[in-house]
Design a protein around this ligand. Sequence first.
Ligand code: NAD
Length: 286
Amino acid sequence: RGKRAFIAGIADDNGYGWAIAKSLAAAGAEIIVGTWVPAMNFFESGLERGEFDESRVLPDGSLMEISKVYPMDAVFDGPEDVPEDMKTSKRYAGYSKWTVKELVESVKQDFGSIDILVHSLANGPEVVKPLLETSRFGYLAAISASSYSFISLLQNFLPIMNPGGATVSLSYIAAERIIPGYGGGMSSAKAALESDTRVLAFEAGRKHNIRVNTISAGPLRSRAAKAIGSIDMMIDYSSTNAPIQKELSAEEVGNAAAFLASPLASAITGTVLYVDNGLNAMAVSI
Ligand code: NAD
């Protein structure tokens, strides 16, 4: 049977999550998606109306099928964590079972198991603020949504992941080098995600024979990245200064993720793989 992949963090056809889903689908995987509750209506109705059909075309001409879209909010582990006013808020009221534990329970009931877990989500409410001006709330919120969310997903999915499976998350060079404008604790969150990739590779590897890797991706004009004012500057900077002078496509990151999730990468775990046209290797721009 083909592999089954759960991809957390798709809400349109622009981001890395969508591109990863397509590369996995092209390689024969079944695709299940987790979408942030406030974006559910937009994404589901767009899918139903065929708005993403052009982007669903796979190399063989067929359309990517998504077996199911689950509502999720990765900053809540279980129903006991959800504040009353949120349950009844306009954006959440129409949806249920969207905490991580409940989500995994639903996936277990519907599909039994998965082979591949992809974490393609991040959020930092104060991303536009320099780290020096970031509040405790903003910093912890960035870590909660962008780093702990992966631990929570892996913790809950691991029991229903088939041994030999793999996970992939998305990081950014701001974890290890100074990227002015990537604020609000987002650089800290990516540093945590990369460190956790190593520790979780050990723990999930020993416990369940699951591989854990992250991709340090170059800049992409996704919906999330538009919140960072300097994204266009980063894309221009990369095209000018990277060893390979071209704009990075989401598809290139998708293909690298499909490789990491596949048996071709069966001895690769605990790594940060740069998919950035080589920009990380530069010390001076020339
Ligand atoms: P994107 O907007 O396509 O994806 C981010 C997703 O996170 C969105 O769908 C959003 O709805 C979801 N999300 C936010 N908070 C959530 C929560 N609490 N629970 C569940 N989902 C939530 O943008 P993207 O840039 O493709 O981001 C995907 C990943 O790639 C992120 O980890 C991001 O940091 C990383 N990344 C992006 C770039 C870039 O330049 N765009 C570069 C390197 C790494």
